[in-house]
Each structure stands twice: as C-alpha cells, then as structure tokens.
Design a protein around this ligand. Structure first.
Ligand code: ADP
Length: 264
C-alpha cells in the first residue's frame, strides 16, 4: 500500500433522481488496499460502488477517482468493474471471448476500432479467460454458462482492461469453492502488482486473507471502517449461495496474469 489516494470521497451522497440512497460518505482508499464493502441487502453498497463509476448520481459532496472527477473518462477508464451477474443479461447473445474483448475497448483508440481485434488483444483475452479457469469455454455462448461461470467471464473482462482499480460487486457469489480459491489467487497477484481492489461481498470468509480493510454500509451510511476482524457478525447479514457446478476445474496458468504495470 502507498499513501497515494486512488478514491477520495468527501461528504458524498449518491442516489437516484431526487432520492439519496447513501450519504455523508467520507472515504479515502489508497493504492494497494483491498477493501471489502459489507452490509445488509438494500443498505446501499451497490449504489455506492456504482457511484464511483458515475453510474449513480453524485448528489452532494465531492468524489474523485485517480485524481479525476468521478464519471470523467480518465476516472472511468482507470476502473475495471465487475457488476453483479444479472447485469450480464442472459439475453446477451455473445461468446465469452466477445464479452471479454469488450474489456479492451477502453484501451483501443476511437479512430482505429479494428485494433480491438489485434493479435495482442486476442492473446490478452485468451489469457484472461484462462486465468479465471474458462480456457476451454472461450467460444461458448455466455447464456449457456452457469451463473458462476458468467461471473468469471465478467472478471476476465475486467482483467483484460488492465485497470488500476477493480470494483467488484459480489465476485465470488455463485462461484464454486475451488474457483473461489482461483479468484482469490488472481486477486492476490493483482494487488502484488499494484492494483487496488474494492469488493462488495457477503462472503468475507472467502477473501479473509486478502482484505486489509472492511467498510460496513448500513442504512445508507458507513457504520464501520477498519480492520475486517473488528466487524461484528450482527453488522453484516450473511447469505449463503449455492455452488455453481461440480465440473472439474482447469488449472491456473502461472505464466501470465494481467498486470497493472507494463504495456497497456
Ligand atoms: P445493496 O447493494 O446494499 O443491496 P443497493 O444499493 O442495491 O443496496 O440498494 C439500496 C437502495 O437503493 C434500495 O432501497 C434500492 O431499492 C434502491 N435502488 C437501487 N437501485 C435503484 C434504481 N435503479 N433506482 C431507484 N432506486 C434504486
């Protein structure tokens, strides 16, 4: 962790139209931190995370990402977002490769859109899928994949964009235990290479070794901000998700992991 703030919120409020859902948010997240965002359903976790992307409205205060106003292009392009699965509508007709290729859009010049299919990008996309254990399903229609597999497609898409900050909304939900371990290993390597992770989760246990700080959102306010071991169990409502499937998992390639340094 360095002292450099990557996310800075001052008395920020986010919401929809006229209704503020979360407010009074003072939060500084520094490079290399792994922040778990915890709290009961409906408390405003997703609204807060989407606010960091400029997807929910900043209704009060100030908010900057990587030194830029939230919602601005440089702020947006510095973030890899892993949405909840239901936003990858099963109606989407696309292969895993096509979805992950979308992650390269932010690194492709607008005046040369064909470059998204460059050999370099194709290799990055293949590797991102392999890293999350989907190397054999690259050409499968995402609608035919299990919930946990779809979630791993979205994680691969974020990896392929090589962002400095990852915002992940329930990345391990519905992912079987073996692949959860794979994802934790991927996340660890990202942090080692200088990324910052903000992870909404009901499964703190799955990420316990990794998380350096826990924020509890309740009733639209931050009610706890500190070491994860200090979070009282009653502050967080735990939800148990079903396993994704019992299929054998693919090995994690060790030769490649997306990095936040190096070529983009
Ligand atoms: P959490 O992620 O903690 O479950 P959310 O941020 O999804 O909570 O929801 C917090 C509140 O915001 C809820 O009352 C929810 O109804 C409301 N909300 C969520 N999405 C929208 C939306 N698109 N428009 C209006 N209200 C919303």
């Amino acid at each position: 962790m360095s002292d450099e703030p990557v996310i800075e919120l001052r008395r920020a409020a986010f919401g929809y139209e006229d209704r503020a859902v979360v407010g009074d948010i003072d939060l500084t997240i520094r490079r290399g931190e792994v922040v778990a965002v915890l709290g009961p359903n409906g408390s405003g976790k997703s609204t807060l995370v989407k606010g960091l992307l400029g997807l929910t409205e900043l209704q009060a205060g100030t908010a900057r990402v990587l030194g830029n106003p939230i919602g601005s292009r440089p702020a947006r392009n510095g973030i890899g977002y892993v949405p909840q699965r239901h936003t990858l509508a099963s109606a989407v007709k696309a292969t895993a490769t096509e979805i992950v290729t979308m992650g390269r859009t932010v690194r492709t010049p607008w005046w040369a859109p064909w470059r998204i299919r460059s050999a370099g990008n194709r290799a990055l996309v293949r590797e991102a899928l392999a890293v999350v254990g989907l190397g054999t399903l690259t050409d499968h229609d995402v609608a035919t994949l299990s919930g946990g597999q779809q979630r791993r497609v979205l994680i691969a898409r974020a990896l392929a964009s090589r962002p400095e900050v990852f915002l992940m909304d329930e990345p391990t939900a519905g992912v079987d235990r073996g692949h959860q371990q794979v994802l934790v290993a991927v996340m660890r390597r990202l942090v080692e290479r200088g990324a910052t992770l903000v992870v909404v989760t009901h499964e703190l246990d799955a990420l316990a070794d990794l998380v350096t700080r826990a924020i509890v959102v309740s009733g639209g306010r931050i009610s706890h901000d500190g070491p994860p071991q200090d979070v009282a169990p009653h502050e967080v409502d735990h939800i148990h998700h079903e396993g994704e499937d019992a299929r054998p998992r693919s090995p994690v390639p060790t030769t490649f992991l997306p990095t936040t340094g190096g070529p983009r």
